[in-house]
Write a protein that binds this ligand. Structure first.
Ligand code: AMP
Ligand code: GLY
Length: 437
């Protein structure tokens, strides 16, 4: 078999997917829309991206026209936004194969009210919660917290996609009232917060578990831990993720079994029963403590930067697994991961996640050892030189026989790369090391 593949997206996650798919024996031609300088040597970058079109529909039409022209056998969707906007349904209705959930299934990520409703209905372990909608939602939340809520802290979340900015942890009523006031005063937050979930704060250690599923059968890939805060020791502002490693020691075999039995399969079953079978990558964001794992959030795609450790850790042919998924044949497919440990560190523009400058020349990319991989996120190339072009610029991924070897290798290689005002956290993986020692 020999397939033409189109990857949608432009970040480090999509570079990692392109790297994995480009190694497949079953690949004919790989296209990435729009891709980045890192994906250029792996396939053909195509200048189709959402920002180039006046509407989502016209963007989807452009993707469809390209897929028909190039006889694409499968379109792999990297980011959440097109999934939540319904790209899978749009292309499937026209007879194309898509790796990624339908719009209704992507609500698991796109609507916290939906995902909490589903988890409570099907007894999937998660934090207790209340959902609020309507004109006076913020006033209702404040009144509920004053009168009904008994346990602090609480977590206040906007319902829709909010790029990590829609979650507030509040220790007491006055903190909650202050946050509610901040939401009211900020037009963009206010817009995201017309539907709100208030939930119990869960104690424990966070980890993510990734699975690929064709709706009925699922294969667990890897557990991983992201580092969402900009500062060392998990301090400072939230980011898209500053580094990751896997497997996560906190998700030991007992926990992984509980994840399969009490979360993964119940979720897939629930989505079937609700008429929205889930297909693609299911990202389970978990809080783990002695009592077991509970769901913090679902995401409907690979994490970024977690994908940059998961894809290198896959022993099985990624494209074969993707084709088995879209053809509902995952049950028969062996999905194996390499032994060993993987760590990735994100190099960002100084100032990120707040204001930062772009256009710094990146040096040292060719010095990185062959055992490590550099995945591009926010870069641009011109006349053979590579420049910074975003907040998160690139990710270095390394493997090791132990977590500590993987961490050391990643730092040895990231130190060879430089650009003006570069920033990276020096403690990626430290929590995992502490737990495994
Ligand atoms: P979410 O967008 O729902 O993943 O929330 C973002 C982050 O907020 C999570 O990764 C957790 O660190 C934290 N968080 C969210 N909900 C809870 C909760 N119920 N208990 C504890 N921490 C939470
Ligand atoms: N790294 C977190 C995410 O992709 O949502």
């Amino acid at each position: 078999m020999s397939y033409n593949v189109l990857i949608i997206g432009s970040g480090g996650r999509e570079h990692a997917l392109a790297w994995g798919i480009s190694r497949s024996k079953e690949l004919n031609t790989l296209y990435i829309a729009p891709g980045n300088p890192g994906t250029e040597p792996l396939g053909i970058n195509v200048p189709i991206s959402p920002s180039g079109y006046p509407s989502v529909k016209e963007y989807f039409e452009a993707v469809h026209a390209f897929a028909i022209e190039k006889k694409i056998d499968v379109t792999v969707i990297g980011p959440e936004q097109p999934l939540v906007d319904g790209i899978t349904d749009f292309l499937e209705e026209k007879g194309l194969k898509v790796f990624g959930p339908s719009q209704k299934a992507a609500q698991l990520e796109g609507s916290k009210i939906f995902s909490k409703w589903l988890m409570h209905k099907y007894n999937i372990p998660t934090a207790d919660s209340e959902s609020f909608t309507g004109e006076t939602v913020l006033e209702d939340v404040e009144a509920w917290l004053k009168v009904e809520n008994e346990k602090w802290p609480v977590v206040i979340k906007a319902d829709g996609l909010a790029a990590g900015k829609g979650v507030f942890i509040c220790k007491n009523l006055s903190e909650a009232s202050a946050h509610i006031q901040r939401i009211k005063d900020d037009p963009s937050l206010r817009k995201a917060a017309t539907r709100v979930v208030v939930e119990e704060f869960m104690e424990g250690e966070e980890a993510s578990v990734f699975a690929i599923t064709d709706g009925r059968h699922a294969k667990l890939l890897l557990s991983a831990q992201d580092h969402k805060r900009i500062g060392e020791g998990d301090t400072g502002l939230n980011t898209g993720g500053m580094g990751a490693y896997g497997p996560a020691p906190v998700a030991d075999s007992r926990i992984m079994k509980l994840v399969e039995d009490t979360i993964l399969y119940p979720t897939l079953g629930a989505m079937q029963v609700e008429g929205h079978p889930y297909r693609g990558v299911l990202y389970l964001g978990l809080m783990i403590n002695e009592e077991g794992p509970r769901v913090v959030e679902y995401n409907c795609r690979f994490g970024d930067p977690e994908c940059q450790v998961i894809v290198p850790a896959m022993k099985s042919d990624l494209l074969r697994v993707i084709m088995a998924t879209v053809n509902f044949e995952l049950e028969k497919e062996e999905v194996e991961m390499h032994d060993g440990h993987y760590c990735c560190v994100v190099m960002a523009s100084g100032g990120y996640p707040e204001a930062f400058e772009k256009g710094m020349e990146i040096h040292g990319l060719e010095e990185v050892s062959e055992d490590s991989m550099v995945f591009h996120s926010g870069t641009r190339s011109e006349n053979g030189k590579v420049y910074t072009n975003g907040g998160r610029v690139l990710t270095v991924t390394s493997k090791g026989a132990s977590l500590s070897e993987a961490i050391d290798a990643a730092y040895r290689d990231i130190e060879k790369i430089s650009f003006d005002k570069a920033y990276y956290r020096r403690d990626i993986g430290a929590k995992g090391l502490k737990r495994s020692s």
